[in-house]
Design a protein around this ligand. Structure first.
Ligand code: WT7
Length: 654
């Protein structure tokens, strides 16, 4: 672990018990929560078996709770059969058919409401359309859509027929899309002509075309939803409009009864090597924790209007848009646009317009909106809000306090939820009716989750505030099943450090005097930019793939709004530009990385040098590069550097 991770100077003493106002209507009593923890403590497996019987409608009940015989490939509820779409939609029809499931608001302000009955029908029709395109159980389906209701309909339709979806965030480039199509060997892409974001059109179909031109031989067809109506090319024999695909389809579609351990979806995320990992989730275990966390952390109730602002391209948009809320019969808000369009009051205007009661977003969005001033939220009626949440990175106490005061009017608890693409659902988070929160801490592990902070030897750190590795000591239902097509990498990445005993989260953390968890940062070469995970290696390989570039090193630099910004050191094949500055080339390389990965991965700054700082064994000294990026004085010993004379260039002083 690098030194940067261990610094822990922050000492937060403010405490916020649940407000009386929240407690008036909250569901979970202190006794109930004590019971949950106690029964999980007594027998973890029995605890989850009980929860699974309460929360899921099984087609065939399971008789085995957990099969650990092939650990670390843990199989929950292995002989149970169920369908996730049935649990999200069909079972709501009895009581909630006319309840609004989705309130959709487009970028331009257009609003649609979809009831559970309509959603069920539309999902069944689209599921039949997929079958008509030759998609069946186990096939992979790529979804590359704007943030519109049809994205959720497409996801639900896949899981209804047992097809495995992999949603690719609409901001990813053709090349990232191609990599994911090829890794999954998908048969079909579901996309749209485009999406609307901040008054601009996102070219989804054109990008899909360009991905398919680069290979992707497994693709047989492309379904295109008409969203923007702008001109796009349709390739006959391959591309079909969504409206044509559904035109003759029946609204009856019997769900495919899946084994609890069948893959539900794949979602790609960055790791410390250049190649993104296809995180594979299960059907039964995943659904269970999506539901339990909706209840425990979000206190979800029939009257709630739940808005998680994440795109379905990220895990947050899977668990807390497409699955958890629908499986608990909630009304959700889906928003196509961006928080600052037409102005920085958009989120708050939407909270008012749709009567949002629970609002869940990322610290980076909160920080960006703070900068716009308090008038934006103050001009809107936020009185329906009762609970706020954050996810993606540690929230800085100033942002927490602003969220608490200006948005939550000091009565909405804030749930700071720690989890990962791999964990599937919240792991460490407050239970808002019982937890006294403190700004910056995600507080305690949820019932049935055995999180700990350990040292290099795997021994639990008992000393308050001492940093270590965040691990899970027990399997949990919504855990990652494997990395698609790469069981070895799954074992190496998550289980090898502690000999298969503990799941390694990849974060460093500490626990305070009360035992509350504080996340300190990543232990690997992974950046957290605006709550999104980006591997430094991935950006480095993208840079190095440019014909002008010989070598590149990428580090994170603290950033006010984004958390971290991307700082790249580049060695060119040709001469270094004068004084190490070349704005034109920098723009070219930024655009290049945008094409290789997507706009979120574009370096914010590029500095050119004749060489990178390496040890005599050839290892790039990233810690040094981080110090330099921050503009800090170099205090560490640089005498082990092979080429000390390179330092002034890296610092931008030569
Ligand atoms: C990494 C996972 C889970 C959805 C969003 C990101 C960081 C996440 C928190 C939090 C501190 C957090 C961790 C984690 N992270 N939530 N509440 N406090 N850090 O998903 O892309 O899989 O990234 O995000 O570093 O390992 P992801």
């Amino acid at each position: 672990m690098s030194e940067d991770n261990i610094q822990s100077t922050l000492h937060e003493t403010r405490h916020f018990p649940p407000s009386a106002e929240f407690l008036k209507t909250s569901l979970l009593s202190a006794d109930k929560v004590t019971d949950l923890y106690a029964s999980a403590e007594r027998d973890n497996e029995d605890f989850w078996a009980d929860q699974a019987r309460i929360e899921i409608d099984w087609h065939t009940p399971f008789t085995t709770t957990l099969d650990s015989s092939n650990a670390p490939f843990y199989h929950w509820f292995p002989d149970g059969k169920l369908n996730v779409s049935y649990n999200c939609l069909d079972r709501q029809l009895e009581k909630n058919a006319d309840k609004v499931a989705i309130i959709f608001e487009g970028d331009a302000g257009d609003v649609q409401q979809i009831t559970y009955r309509e959603l069920h029908t539309r999902v069944c029709v689209f599921a039949n359309a997929l079958k008509a395109q030759n998609i069946s159980k186990g096939d992979r389906v790529i979804i590359y859509m704007p943030m519109i209701a049809e994205a959720v309909i497409a996801m639900q339709a896949c899981v209804r027929i047992g097809a495995i979806h992999s949603v690719v965030f609409g901001g990813f480039s053709a090349s990232s899309l191609k990599d994911r199509i090829e890794d999954t060997q998908a048969k079909i892409v579901i996309t749209a002509d485009g999406g609307n974001r901040g008054g601009r059109v996102i070219e989804l179909k054109a990008t899909t075309d360009s991905a398919l031109e680069q290979g992707c031989d497994s693709i047989e067809s492309v379904i295109v939803f008409k969203r923007t109506g702008h001109d796009i090319a349709m390739q006959s024999g391959r591309d079909i409009w969504w409206s044509d695909a559904i035109s003759d389809q029946s609204s009856v579609c019997e769900p495919e009864w899946m084994n609890a351990t069948d893959p539900l979806f794949l979602l790609y995320t960055s790791g410390s090597t250049g190649k993104p990992k296809g995180i594979q989730h299960s059907t039964g275990g995943y659904l269970l924790n999506a539901i339990t966390t909706m209840r425990w952390v979000f206190d979800i109730q029939d009257s709630d209007v739940f808005w998680c602002t994440a795109d379905v391209g990220w895990i947050t948009g899977h668990t807390y848009v497409a699955y958890g809320p629908l499986a608990t019969g909630a009304t959700i808000v889906i928003f196509e646009g961006v928080p600052t369009y037409p102005d920085a009051g958009r989120f708050w205007a939407m909270c008012e317009r749709h009567g949002v009661t629970i609002f869940y977003t990322a610290p980076t969005a909160i920080r960006a909106l703070i900068k716009q001033g308090d008038d934006f939220p103050n001009n809107h009626d936020l009185s329906k809000l009762r609970l706020l949440g954050t996810v993606g990175e540690p929230i800085n106490p100033e942002a927490w306090m602003w969220y608490h005061k200006v948005i939550g009017k000091e009565h909405c608890p804030i749930v700071d939820t720690w989890w990962q693409t791999e964990t599937g659902a919240h792991m460490i988070a407050p239970i808002p009716s019982v937890t006294t929160t403190t700004p910056g801490s995600c507080t305690r592990a949820l019932p049935g989750i055995d999180a700990a902070v350990v040292n290099e030897q795997g021994e639990e750190i008992t000393h308050a505030n001492e940093g270590g590795y965040l691990v899970m000591r027990q399997p949990w239902p919504s855990m990652i099943q494997t990395i698609w097509g790469d069981d070895q990498r799954y074992q190496d990445t998550y289980w090898s450090m502690f000999d298969g005993k503990y799941y390694l989260a990849g974060d460093s953390a500490r626990r305070d005097e009360e035992g509350f968890f504080w996340i300190m940062g990543r232990i690997d070469d992974v950046l957290n930019v605006s709550g999104h995970r980006l591997g430094t290696m991935e950006i480095e390989s993208a840079l190095a793939a440019n014909p002008l570039v010989a070598e590149a090193a990428v580090v994170g630099k603290p950033h006010d709004i984004k958390g971290e910004s991307i700082f790249a050191y580049v060695v060119l094949k040709g001469d270094r530009p004068e004084n190490g500055i070349d704005d034109e080339l920098t723009q070219i390389l930024r655009a290049w990385v945008g094409e290789q990965i997507g706009a979120i991965a574009k370096p914010d700054e590029i500095r050119y040098a004749d060489n990178l700082p390496k040890t005599r064994s050839g290892k790039i000294m990233r810690r040094l590069l981080r110090t330099i990026a921050k503009g800090e004085e170099i205090t560490s010993d640089t005498s082990t550097l092979e080429n000390e004379s390179i330092l002034p260039q890296l610092q931008g002083k030569a």
